[in-house]
Design a protein around this ligand. Structure first.
Ligand SMILES: Nc1ncnc2c1ncn2[C@@H]1O[C@H](COP(=O)(O)OP(=O)(O)OP(=O)(O)O)[C@@H](O)[C@H]1O
Ligand SMILES: [Mg+2]
Length: 412
């Protein structure tokens, strides 16, 4: 679709712009290099691993931080100079067994080679009913010497069968021992590698762990700028700032809020997107939010008495976190005091934290560490911006507190 290069005049042109915005900020995993923002360190580390013989990658992180997008993109960045990549992507599922997973991988790799006009690189058999690690390894040894085959297994956390995981680890070990040119990239939601790979110690040397953290403010800004600059629209600096600070490092929110804000400006026949449009996008966001969010929120905060669960949950969502999204009780003191407009201490909300990280509170938070240094994070990272936006919507934080609390995050 050709982009509209001047302020639309007719209704048709405005509609065209509306489509353009919806397509650009669609929230799907990215597979176009130009729209991919930041992540240069991770891209480099994956490429280094792929190019070093017989090392493999485990890419893991919270839900929605951009794992699939990164694995879609990293090889495209240098594909013009490194021509021999052949990339197969397999989505793992709860039903998968070793044979189903790896016959699919071979099939995909073969198809990818043929589609790239490199059939001679992928000259192996793949029609197996059942397959063993050694058979997979022998087939991949038949790959052309100049080929750089990559097999990406996404959503590996979905695999339930532990035998499948054990055999996959054996396979990686075998690839390593035989110096196979194929690189395996295991991708999944996990806090650490042992959640994803059974017995990972035995394949330690064969594996490069790449944790993917939340995105920085400047990376999130880049997401907005890269997209909006393809249109005639523009965000005010304020609007960008609000979206970025609400997103809590999660790119999906940046896209969704930007989209709703831009569409709101369009209904008003403006090309400049302001903070008011972002405010309006919050309402839309809450309206559209999955039922699951509303339900988890209700369980966490329900109570017969006035005991400020909603306020303390909001304070948790606003607390300063480390790169992995963890915060301590101490980090909650400041936002909680700002929300209640009164100096508060940990003792005032300690019980709330315990509630939020127990069955009673629906485990909306996840607890880590012993009694001394406990840290918390939202079990579902997506819940965090939801809680903040709800708090703003229901006026739990007034404008002054909002400025202070959101600004703080921004400065870091
Ligand atoms: N580097 C990036 N630049 C711009 N947008 C990104 C980037 N990474 C991710 N996104 C956007 O963030 C959202 C989530 O990305 P993606 O689906 O890749 O995450 P994920 O970690 O694979 O999620 P899940 O854990 O649900 O599988 C998508 O809307 C995607 O467009
Ligand atoms: Mg994904």
């Amino acid at each position: 679709m050709a982009s509209v290069s001047r302020t639309p005049v007719s209704d048709d042109e405005w509609t065209h712009l509306e489509f353009e915005i919806s397509a650009l900020f669609d929230g799907a995993p990215i597979d176009e290099e130009d729209l991919f923002a930041g992540r240069s360190t991770e891209v480099r580390r994956i490429l280094e691993t792929v190019l070093s013989r017989s090392k493999h990658v485990v890419l893991f992180g919270e839900r929605g931080v951009g794992k699939t997008s990164l694995s879609n993109i990293f090889w495209k960045r240098f594909n013009k100079t490194l021509r021999s990549f052949v990339v197969a992507r397999v989505q793992a599922g709860p039903q998968d067994k070793f044979s189903s997973l790896w016959t699919r991988a071979l099939e995909e790799l073969n198809a990818a080679g043929i589609a790239a006009g490199k059939a001679e690189y992928v000259n192996f058999e793949f029609g197996y009913e059942t397959i063993t690690p050694s058979q997979v390894r022998r087939e991949l040894q038949k790959c052309g010497a100049n080929a750089l085959p990559i097999i990406i297994i996404d959503e590996y956390n979905e695999v339930k069968d532990s035998e499948t995981k054990r055999l996959t680890a054996n396979l990686i070990k075998e690839f390593y021992d035989f110096s196979i040119t194929t690189t395996v990239i295991i991708v999944g939601v996990a806090e650490n590698i042992s959640e994803l790979i059974e017995d990972h110690a035995s394949i330690g040397r064969a594996i490069v762990q790449i944790p993917l953290n939340r995105m920085s403010s400047s990376e999130l800004k880049e997401i907005i700028q890269k997209r909006i600059s393809r249109t005639v629209m523009e965000f005010t600096a304020d609007a960008v700032w609000t979206i970025v600070s609400l997103s809590r490092g999660l790119p999906y929110f940046t896209q969704t809020l930007s989209k709703h804000a831009a569409l709101h400006a369009i209904t008003d026949r403006r090309t400049k997107i302001t903070n008011d449009d972002v405010e309006a996008s919050m309402a839309k966001f809450i309206e559209d939010a999955e039922k699951g969010f509303q339900e988890s929120y209700r369980i966490a905060t329900r109570s017969n008495q006035e005991n400020f669960f909603e306020q303390s949950l909001l304070a948790c969502a606003l607390a300063k976190t480390d790169d992995e999204g963890f915060f301590t009780a101490n980090d909650v003191v400041e936002p909680y005091s700002a929300i209640l407009k009164e100096k508060k201490r940990i003792a005032h909300f300690d019980k709330h934290l315990r509630r939020f990280s127990s069955d009673e509170g629906g485990n909306i938070l996840k607890k880590r560490g012993g009694d001394r240094q406990q840290t918390f994070r939202f079990s579902d990272p997506m819940m965090q911006p939801y809680v903040i936006i709800r708090g703003i919507q229901s006026k739990m934080i007034d404008d002054t507190a909002k400025g202070v609390l959101l600004q703080k995050e921004q400065k870091e």
